[in-house]
Write a protein that binds this ligand. Structure first.
Ligand code: SR1
Ligand code: MG
Length: 423
């Protein structure tokens, strides 16, 4: 699985020569490497991604670079993120079968993973920008989150194995550091790499940076993120980390995987649906996205409902870990106590996910890594109007999260803010 040669970045030109002898790849796509065609399609912030096609088929080769691609070699980033991505994918496949691309080969020294080419899948974010109403995403993503997050926790795992796994992923320090800074801190001060739609949002940005309650809440959430090693997270579960067709959904790119709070993945994901919602105004002509807006709010509600239902089902049938052990509840004939404990756990996830969602919205508009949902709105005034509404929404759900009790309440607020005309 691990090569011995020192790391060297692949290119479209060198890939066939360097991987031509790789059996996992050539058996799938065809043995004659001189007939392979290679395209580099990586549009993320960090890595190289190649689609390699041969006589028999196609595969994806993903390779980490020793720096942040978005910024360049002034920001070094360890290759070991590929190791964490590989190990996260194998665990996700075990815990939620069929939800991630199949892995054909991993080379730790070259920081590369050869995996299934998903076709005709597209990135979910792109589909939502295009106004596509995909029927299955709420179900598929809700199930993925419930299964991976429950089964990676002390609710399910043998605690010795979980602790060993926690130790393994604890070394994903640099990727956690990106999240800790970019998500939880940078948006709230004048950090070097920040940018926002200016001058339109200058006033809103100044207000947010002076907002004491918001800053304290963001730091409480960062504390939770850093200190609550509850389960193996995907760690970067946004709509750019999901590939879809009309009927299929696959999660990709878990290189930020580490042990953190269950609510983080769920909050980050829902935030990206809410951002898609607020950005629709920038992609429509004459109210043409009314149905898309309704669809997106419905997706958030359905995703949360599916997550809750599946998590509850796993709680009742697979609670084999050391937390909330059956010996204290069901085995004593006290099923209601187990249900009461479940309510507490779900309500904690709910409150925290709202916080993480609000902060994720802020960092995508004020920080380094922006979203195509807003970035592709060419008219800057229109973009700023969409962004300002999302920022206001994010602030509200982060700061008032303990007083918000249902997703309908959140979606009613989102709809009200979206209809306002002020920036
Ligand atoms: C420097 S990396 C910026 C962002 O890209 C990744 O997808 C993560 O979301 C990270 O925060
Ligand atoms: Mg990524």
């Amino acid at each position: 699985m691990t090569g011995t040669k020192p790391f060297e970045a692949l290119s479209v030109e060198t890939l066939p020569k360097r991987l031509g002898e790789n059996a996992a790849l050539s058996e799938r796509i065809g043995k004659d490497a001189s007939r392979w065609t290679v395209r580099e399609v990586g549009d993320g912030n960090l890595n190289l991604v190649f689609i390699v096609e041969g006589d028999k088929g196609a595969a994806v080769v993903k390779q980490a670079l020793p720096y942040v691609r978005l910024v360049g070699d002034s920001w070094p980033l360890p290759l070991k993120r590929s190791f964490f991505e590989y190990h996260a994918l194998t665990r996700q496949e075990r815990r939620a079968p069929g939800s991630v691309p199949a892995i054909y080969h991993f080379d730790e020294a070259q920081a590369l993973i050869v995996m299934e080419y998903l076709s005709p899948h597209v990135i979910l974010r792109r589909a939502l920008i295009d106004g596509r109403e995909l029927p299955n995403i709420a179900r598929d993503i809700g199930l993925f989150m419930a299964r991976t997050l429950f089964r990676g926790s002390d609710l399910s795992m043998v605690t010795k194995e979980r602790k060993a796994d926690l130790a393994l992923f604890a070394d994903n320090v640099e990727l956690c550091d990106i999240t800790e800074n970019l998500v939880f801190s940078d948006p709230y001060f004048d950090a070097e790499m920040n940018r926002h739609t200016s001058p339109q949002l200058d006033g809103v940005v100044a207000e947010l940076r002076a907002d004491r309650d918001l800053k304290v809440e963001a730091q409480r959430l960062k504390h939770l993120f850093a200190a609550n090693a509850e389960t193996l997270l995907h760690g970067d579960l946004h709509s750019g980390s999901i590939m879809v067709t009309d009927t299929e959904t696959r999660m990709i790119d878990p290189e930020f995987a580490f042990y953190g709070p269950i609510a983080f993945d769920v909050g980050m994901l829902l935030a990206n649906f809410w951002m898609a919602f607020f950005s629709q105004r920038g992609h429509e002509e004459n109210g043409s996205r009314d149905s898309m807006r309704a669809y997106l709010l419905n997706v958030t509600a359905e995703t949360w409902a599916i997550f809750r239902a599946e998590f509850s089902q796993l709680w009742r049938t697979e609670r084999t870990g050391m937390l909330y052990h059956r010996s204290l509840f069901e085995d004593q004939g006290d099923r209601l106590a187990a249900e009461q404990a479940l309510d507490h756990v779900l309500s904690g996830i709910w409150t925290d996910l709202l916080g993480f969602a609000g902060i994720e919205v802020h960092r995508r508009i004020l920080g380094l890594a922006h979203n195509a949902d807003f970035e592709t709105i060419a008219d800057e005034n229109l973009r700023a109007t969409c962004e300002a509404k999302a920022l206001r929404f994010g602030r509200h759900i982060a700061v008032n999260r303990r007083q918000i009790h249902s997703i309908d309440e959140v979606n009613t607020l989102a709809a009200l803010i979206e209809q306002e005309s002020r920036i």
